[in-house]
Design a protein. Structure first.
Ligand SMILES: Nc1nc2c(c(=O)[nH]1)N[C@H]1C(S)=C(S)[C@@H](COP(=O)(O)OP(=O)(O)OC[C@H]3O[C@@H](n4cnc5c(=O)[nH]c(N)nc54)[C@H](O)[C@@H]3O)O[C@H]1N2
Ligand SMILES: Nc1nc2c(c(=O)[nH]1)N[C@H]1C(S)=C(S)[C@@H](COP(=O)(O)OP(=O)(O)OC[C@H]3O[C@@H](n4cnc5c(=O)[nH]c(N)nc54)[C@H](O)[C@@H]3O)O[C@H]1N2
Ligand SMILES: [Mo]
Length: 735
């Protein structure tokens, strides 16, 4: 497969037309894409009350391939009852993620029992009663509640409140495998866990850093902002071990000049080793200070930790820095020069930064750089984690975390007049470990693919199989439904957000809350997420009452909570910064959450100052002569564990069972391009993997596709954010 010269462009346009055909015609598809609902894919966010394909500044059309893929997937036909008699989990296990997704929409509850070995359709009443019976029979801390980031604020809020009143804090979301290191890191820097900027700030910046991410594929809407920045003479510095086509050149489909001629994106592209960012960022900071290009006044007035950082930079040698990042001093100088020259700088990053055993330190090192030049606390500059799922940030905001923020805890207690549990809740991996050890017995997943997203797939399968019962609220089939089977597994089909009978809200990565109108259902059968949650809570309450157990659930009239408007009233009272959501049904006014974007020098840290952090540099992993560092990444044609296409367009790769290796490493490891080899990772092996000679990756480093390669990845976590090191899997090869 030949690699295109730029990302986006005619490929994207041709693709839209093909997708429209699959969806049953252009107008039908257009109407769906233009409906007043927040986009279903990434958290950059578009759609909502201004209509689909519009961003928060009103720009139209903003659209990307994956939002179309997600839409077409939801517009599929239904999986009929006969399917379940013909195909059991054993058949489903033979299917690829792509084939599973294309089986169609889930429209009836199904129940799997280990003894029968198959899924059988059951009534809603039956399914919900089984779950409620089980929940009432175990102690609350024997259960866990996993949330993906696609569901609405209303569903997220309602389910976490249900779990707490039921009696457990084992509540967590996919962010533990995603941006948790950003949230934890940012909180140590500014006192707030989210982006310090809004979309408008990028339009005022004259330099944007894109560190450890591939927004050309994963957040294509950001590419217009980067193109505009280059057009007004600004710069984009990319830090990434792999040269991504679309970060070099991108054709923004909605811009004629860009579509015809392409737009240059990176003005400087630097390739550190995988895991070398901390050393590189430290090097830039050291150079900046050596050159006296830091902002002494800002640091003195608004930052803490300068003396410790200064001493640490001083004692860290250039030999150590260059060896551990793999970049040369001239490269570090080139970045420093550009940074020192720029007036307004936005630092953006994604999984190349967070998916490491030192993910939080990486984020802090980005914070250091920003603070050294006073790039936090004013318009046009700041920190911007580019989030994953369309509502992953909202899910976190409304309390889907093991430990609630103090303010939310207190307001929940006083608003509902309840007593919340105070036991320590488990993060996602702690739930998996607990399941494996038999400490957890029942789980409920609001969307997502808990099995597929986990490192060490063999362990994940084993751990889930120990559970007495696991329930998935899903829209389509994924590998979790095939491999992530508890003794009793229930799938409940739910509506996508543009099929909801009443409005829902979502929060973008810019802390902007959008209102989705919902829309007509596409199939009979699936239910609204909030309806399912409210119904289940009411059943558990009744069963608990029969046994005179925990009165907490009785504090809420769960039937009234089927109405998302009623849930919003509670969110307005309980979640700080969300007051405006109480009026949104009347005003339709979407809003910026208060207290998060920093356009002045007031920070919610105890001393009101931003914090610098001094780090010693961890060893570079995987440096032995027979080792290779492997990053596990997404292709253009997938959304997380859901694979839409087996080829990777922009990297020019035609299959997924491959390892992308530099020719230097082919020679060093004694393998030939196109040869099939075994990859030996810390958690397992993959056989028959084809070697693809890939000149665009920094030698010493390789890439493979997630989720398939999760059999290789170890369960090692970043100690402070509990995020796995998905991007640094030290592997060996066997013939
Ligand atoms: N099309 C599409 N869009 C998506 C998704 C999807 O699956 N498909 N998923 C969504 C979600 S949940 C998320 S979290 C985001 C993910 O968005 P990204 O983080 O962009 O996705 P990854 O494929 O994980 O990519 C990691 C990038 O980091 C680089 N990288 C790997 N290791 C390192 C390192 O050590 N240092 C540096 N500097 N770079 C490194 C890789 O070369 C690659 O370019 O995208 C969201 N949007
Ligand atoms: N090796 C490796 N592992 C990784 C990563 C990596 O880069 N490398 N990335 C990690 C990251 S960043 C993330 S975010 C996780 C992904 O973790 P998850 O969020 O758990 O997984 P997804 O694949 O996004 O979940 C997709 C499923 O969600 C369901 N779904 C879709 N829309 C809806 C909806 O509206 N409501 C409900 N209830 N369900 C819906 C569908 O059934 C679909 O199959 O994986 C992580 N795992
Ligand atoms: Mo993610």
């Amino acid at each position: 497969m030949k690699k295109p010269k730029s990302g986006g462009g005619w490929f994207a346009v041709a693709y839209s037309l093909r997708k429209a055909r699959e969806a049953g015609g252009f107008w039908k598809f257009w109407k769906a894409m233009r409906s007043k609902n927040a986009c279903k894919t990434c958290a950059l966010g578009m759609g909502g009350q201004r209509g689909g394909m519009v961003n928060e500044l009103g720009h139209f059309p903003e659209v990307c391939k994956k939002s179309m893929q997600a839409m077409v997937a939801d517009m599929q036909g239904a999986i009929r009852s006969e399917f379940w008699t013909k195909f059991g989990p054993r058949h489903l296990q033979q299917l690829s993620p792509r084939e599973l997704e294309h089986c169609g929409r889930l429209v009836e509850p199904v129940l799997y029992m280990a003894e029968s070995g198959k899924y059988t359709p059951v009534s809603w009443d039956d399914a919900l009663d089984r779950i409620a019976t089980k929940l009432a029979a175990v102690t609350p801390d024997e259960t866990f509640w996993y949330f993906s980031g696609r569901s609405s604020n209303e569903a997220g809020f309602l389910l976490q409140v249900f779990a707490r009143l039921y009696g457990t804090n084992n509540v967590n979301n996919c962010s533990y495998y995603c941006h948790q290191a950003s949230g934890v890191g940012l909180t140590t820097i500014t006192g707030s866990g989210t982006a310090t900027v809004e979309l408008r700030d990028i339009d005022r910046a004259d330099l944007v850093f894109v560190i450890g991410g591939n927004p050309a594929s994963n957040h294509p809407r950001l590419m217009r902002s980067l193109m505009d920045l280059r057009r007004r003479g600004g710069e984009v510095i990319v830090i990434n071990p792999l040269v991504e086509t679309g970060l070099v050149n991108f054709s923004v489909p909605s811009d004629v000049r860009s579509l015809l001629f392409g737009s240059k994106i990176a003005s400087l592209y630097v390739q550190p080793h995988i895991g070398g960012d901390l050393a590189l960022l430290t090097g830039i900071a050291k150079r900046l200070v050596e050159n006296h290009q830091h902002d002494e006044q800002f640091i003195a007035q608004h930052a803490s930790g300068w003396n410790e950082l200064n001493a640490q930079l001083d004692s860290t040698t250039w030999e150590e820095i260059t060896a551990k990042c793999g970049c040369t001093l001239p490269e570090i100088d080139a970045i420093t020069e550009r940074y020192a020259r720029a007036k307004n700088v936005v630092f953006s990053w994604t999984m190349g930064i967070t998916h490491h055993a030192h993910g939080v330190l990486n984020v802090q090192a980005i914070g250091n750089l920003a603070i050294l030049r006073g790039m936090i606390g004013r318009p046009g500059a700041g920190l911007m984690p580019i989030r994953g799922h369309s509502n992953v940030q909202g899910i976190g905001s409304v309390g889907v975390t093991p430990k609630l923020k103090d303010a939310i805890f207190e307001r929940l207690q006083s608003h509902f007049g309840v007593q919340l549990p105070t036991t320590a809740g488990r993060d996602t991996m702690a739930c998996m470990t607990g399941a494996n050890q038999g400490e957890l017995r029942v789980g409920l997943c609001l969307g997502g693919n808990l099995y597929g997203s986990n490192p060490d797939a063999t362990f994940a399968k084993q751990a889930i199989s120990q559970l007495d019962q696991l329930t998935y609220l899903s829209t389509t089939l994924n590998t979790g439904h095939a491999h992530g089977l508890a003794k009793e597994t229930i799938i409940l089909p739910v509506l996508a957000r543009d099929e909801e009978p009443s409005a829902t809200t979502q929060e973008s990565m810019f802390n902007y809350v959008r209102l989705s109108d919902g829309g007509p259902r596409r199939h009979e059968g699936p239910r609204s997420e909030v309806e399912v949650i409210a119904d289940l809570a009411e059943r558990v309450r009744t069963k608990q009452a029969e046994r005179n157990a925990s009165p907490q659930l009785a504090a809420i009239d769960w039937r009234s909570m089927r109405d998302t408007g009623a849930i919003r009233q509670a969110i307005a009272k309980v979640i700080p910064g969300f007051e405006a959501i109480g009026e949104i049904d009347r005003t339709k006014q979407e809003f910026q959450i208060t207290g998060r974007v920093f356009h002045d020098y007031h920070f919610p840290t105890p001393d009101g100052r931003v914090n610098l952090h001094a780090h010693t540099l961890p060893e570079l992993a995987g440096t032995a002569s027979d080792e290779i560092r492997v990053m596990t990444i997404r292709s253009e044609g997938q959304f997380n564990t859901v694979v839409y296409e087996d080829y990777d367009l922009y990297r020019g790769i035609d299959a997924r069972d491959v390892i992308l290796l530099h020719s230097d490493d082919c020679a060093r490891l004694g393998v030939q391009p196109e040869e099939r080899i075994t990859i030996v990772g810390p958690a397992g092996k993959m056989f028959g993997i084809r070697v693809v000679a890939f000149p665009d990756i920094r030698p010493g480093n390789a890439a493979m596709y997630y989720p398939e390669c999760n059999v290789l990845v170890s369960r090692e976590l970043d100690p402070s954010s509990k995020t796995p090191a998905f991007k640094c899997v030290v592997c060996k090869v066997e013939k």
